[in-house]
Design a protein around this ligand. Structure first.
Ligand code: AHG
Ligand code: MN
Ligand code: MN
Length: 342
């Protein structure tokens, strides 16, 4: 593959094509999906950047399937992704955090051989206070017969993903994706409306710097989880203490740890015995990316990407980041979480 540095002006479209050329059997459908996601990301970014002006702040006065109050930007991002993706002829169905069931392709559009799952706006509670939010997506091949997508096409283990990515609407807008050949980061240049290669072949630092966890739930954690967090903080003398950084937007926390090194933990707890984060469109895509960057991800007992889903919106405990930190989680939680989250 052509080696690029961050200084050469490489658009995401050019990079996707060069990656596609590594696969002689590629039909270009997956490339088309990635282009369309990048377009939707630019449209969402443009709204996020003006959130305070475009009557896009605040609640949409509606509840989603998760029982969470939808923010106007949740609804806008969801509709933008569906409209950008439903007519390209590459998907046979979609699934969204904001929709109860699978989203069929309209009858007047052709169906393709992939499914797309997404969290259209991650970190919704942070929108009104101008803290970074994100979008997360996952692509898998259709495995059922017939032209239309079915639930079975969605309920595949994360190791079957053919592509995954996220967009972070932060101090700059970045798109990070993988198709299984490493993880690559692109920064949106708003002056030309292009995502340009800025972080070729991202590698998570082997020495962790950060611990991201919401320890207001400490009273609800099981003892091994409490011991693990003491370990991460260096309180048991077994390791150098990690610096605690927690934004409360999964994409922002993961992105910082991916580039800076460290671990993100959202343990199961007595209030959320399966954890809070959703397997199919949060944990799986982010785990694919982090593994491609040399990291790891577990629910405490199993590799995230090996979990066989049974429900579209199922939740999972999540420990994701540098191999050392994730291995410490598996070592200390091996038996503790066998009764939740698997
Ligand atoms: P979403 O906005 O898509 O529902 O995701 C919110 C998630 C995730 O972004 C973040 O890591 C987590 O909620 C924060 O949860 P707590 O506020 O319980 O820490
Ligand atoms: Mn989310
Ligand atoms: Mn969301």
């Amino acid at each position: 593959m052509v080696q690029h540095t961050a200084t050469s002006v490489v658009t995401i479209e050019r990079y996707i094509i060069e990656q596609e050329r590594l696969h002689p059997e590629a039909t270009g459908e997956l490339s088309g999906i990635l282009y369309d996601v990048a377009l939707a990301a630019k449209m969402i970014a443009s709204k996020v950047r003006r959130a305070g002006l475009a009557d896009i702040l605040g609640s949409a006065d509606a509840e989603n399937v998760q029982g969470e109050i939808q923010q106007k930007l949740d609804v806008f991002a969801n509709e933008t992704l569906i409209r950008a993706m439903d007519h390209g002829g590459r998907l046979c169905a979609m699934a969204s955090e904001e929709e109860p069931g699978i989203i069929q392709i309209p009858d007047n559009f052709r169906c393709g051989k992939y499914v797309l799952l997404f969290d259209p706006l991650d970190g919704s509670s942070n929108i009104d206070v101008n803290v970074p939010v994100g979008t997360i997506f996952s692509v898998m091949r259709k495995i059922t017969r017939g032209t239309r997508g079915e639930m079975e096409d969605m309920l595949q283990p994360g190791r079957r993903q053919v592509a995954a990515g996220y967009i972070i609407y932060g101090s700059s807008t970045m798109l990070v994706y993988t198709t299984g050949q490493g993880a690559h980061g692109f920064t949106l240049d708003p002056s030309i409306g292009e995502f340009l290669l800025s972080h070729p072949d991202i590698r998570i630092p082997a020495v962790g710097r950060y611990l991201s966890v919401n320890d207001s739930y400490e009273q609800f954690w099981e003892e091994p989880v409490k011991a693990l967090m003491r370990r991460y903080r260096g309180l048991d003398g077994e390791r150098k203490p990690l610096n605690v950084r927690y934004v409360g937007s999964l994409v922002a926390d993961i992105h910082r740890n991916l580039l800076g090194g460290g671990v993100f933990a959202y343990p199961a707890n007595q209030k959320s015995p399966k954890g809070k984060l959703r397997l199919l469109y949060e944990a799986n895509p982010l785990s694919f990316i982090v593994e491609q960057a040399g990291g790891a991800a577990t629910n405490g007992t199993n590799r995230i990407l090996d979990i066989y889903p049974t429900d579209l919106h199922q939740r999972t405990p999540l420990y994701i980041g540098g191999v050392d930190e994730v291995e410490q989680a598996t070592a200390m939680l091996g038996g503790a979480l066998s009764n939740v989250g698997a």
